[in-house]
Design a protein around this ligand. Sequence first.
Ligand code: SAH
Length: 221
Amino acid sequence: MSTISVQGIGMTSRRTRERLISRLAQSGIKDQRVLDVMREMPRHLFVDEALSHRAYEDTALPIGYNQTISQPYIVAKMTEALLDGGELQRVLEIGTGSGYQTAVLALLVKRIFSVERILPLQEKGRSLISKLGMHNVQFKHADGGFGWPEKGPFDGIICAAAPEQIPPELFEQLAIGGRLIIPVGGATQQLRLVVRQSETEYIQSVLEGVKFVPMLSGSIR
Ligand code: SAH
């Protein structure tokens, strides 16, 4: 696991972060690697300064453009589900947003490919991740509903926005043995885990009920 090089990591008290980690553990997160990385991750840098005092609450917060930084519990749950299959080499993330989930993954996975449809969010996330000293992430400004075919197949795909149905491209770009974690639905949504068993066989299971922003098509500047 690599480490974070950033000034200001000590800016919020250890106790505030520890409280969040205890809460995640109480909510059922068991993977120690995930808890350790989230304990170190400076989430306050991923939100506006005006909201930074709330950065270690277990809640989603606005990041502009009608989008939110994901709730820490959800980031932990999705990361845990992704890592459950063993070591991951190549992971596709759809919906970079603030870059918080990207940064958590960057410390746990060899290479990340992150796609975001809103350019200013992508640029902000990219610059912060580079400032944090993480160099194993490639970014793309595009509609992630098509995946990132040139970079696949992926042994993990994680999606931060909910489509009504899983786009076929995401099934196709999953390596055999690969895992896709994705919220699916509209007013009611389910977080699903899809594991590709063979060329043609996929096993789907429901992890829990969730509320994500919708997956939208096209990209905007
Ligand atoms: N994990 C991120 C979540 C951001 S919210 C965080 O913690 O900050 C979900 C993100 O998905 C938004 O930034 C939204 O713009 C993006 N998104 C929605 N539909 C998309 C699509 N089709 N392709 C790429 N990104 C998309």
